[in-house]
Design a binder for this molecule. Sequence first.
Ligand code: 13P
Length: 244
Amino acid sequence: MEKRIVGNWKMNGLSTSLREARAVADGLRGASARVALCPPSTLVERMARALAGTEVQVGGQDCRAEESGAFTGDVSAEMLADAGAVLVILGHSERRAGFGETDDLVSAKVGAALRAGLQPIVCVGETLAERESGRALDVVTAQVRGSLPASLDGKDFLLAYEPVWAIGTGLTPTLEQIAEVHAAIRAELVVRQGPSGARVPILYGGSVKPGNAAEILSTPEVGGALVGGASLKAADFLGIIAGA
Ligand code: 13P
């Protein structure tokens, strides 16, 4: 199946960075992967315009569960869709840890994304302490169970396994560890959703670089990559896409 390569720019990027997005689109020719970039919300609309007619999709990095209202500083799924996004990252560990986002809240946000016609990318992943205490699989499967609303069954969505300790650190799990967690996520999805759970792409995220992308992407049940730092420069991101 076609791999999904998604760049998460996090809180990086000004209007001058749009040239990197454009360079990704220009460099994609012949790539076998489906590619998306998730810039900060200030750039979603401009990036969607800049990439209109190209193969690169644009997504948001988070949304509020409500459609509108007195929520100063927040952005709804409808607003992201209106700005040209087709995807949205939800439940990233930087939001779970930094903003106290629970599985219930992530689940409500996933419902909001579906309501707005956005494809959710639901992130899960264990901390180093959880891995070292032998609880990685339990933590991740509980997050999968808790973060996916029943309304998601049969819908198009993506899962992303991002071990917290691998994000921005240059550390990555072994390929065996990645395969083990992805297999556990797959089993949970199939229990939950039946045959459609077997088709949900499960992306790996955490220090994916051009140098390790090909081996990670060829690991069993790895359906793509969610890339942070290395998605900011077109050359690096294209190097990762080339490994797909
Ligand atoms: P890095 O690729 O910078 O480790 O970030 C991964 C990530 O958090 C993507 O969402």
